[in-house]
Structures are given as structure tokens and as C-alpha cells.
Write a protein of this length. Structure first.
Length: 63
């Protein structure tokens, strides 16, 4: 989970479409996580994928 300098998770208010919220709720239940932890896990997975796609030359491409 994302942390700040004190090592604690940072609360974030997030508005998402109802169908995405329902999907997150279902996925969280399947994975025995809270919706907040499932959301953080999904974001961490996405971040890892994006970091692996960065060019090795040290330059980044714009999205």
C-alpha cells in the first residue's frame, strides 16, 4: 500500500463509476481483501507493469 514519510497508508478519496466499484468489490471478496486494499493492489500491479515498460535509456515516453 502507498505510504508517506511516517510509513502509514495515505487516505485518498476516489470517485469511480458504479460498475468499476462493483467489480472492485467482487474482486476484493474473491481475494479476501478490503476494497481499499484491493484498489491499492490493482494500482501497485499497474505501476509495476508501467515501470517494466520504461525504456532502459533513462528517457520516458509520454503516454
Amino acid at each position: 500500500m502507498s505510504t508517506h514519510s511516517s510509513g502509514r497508508a495515505v487516505p485518498v478519496g476516489l470517485r469511480i463509476p458504479p460498475e468499476l466499484a462493483a467489480w472492485l468489490k467482487d474482486e476484493a471478496a474473491k481475494n479476501h481483501r478490503s476494497v481499499a486494499n484491493q484498489t491499492a493492489w490493482v494500482l501497485q500491479q499497474y505501476r509495476q507493469q508501467q515501470e517494466q515498460r520504461k525504456p532502459s535509456s533513462g528517457t520516458s515516453l509520454s503516454p
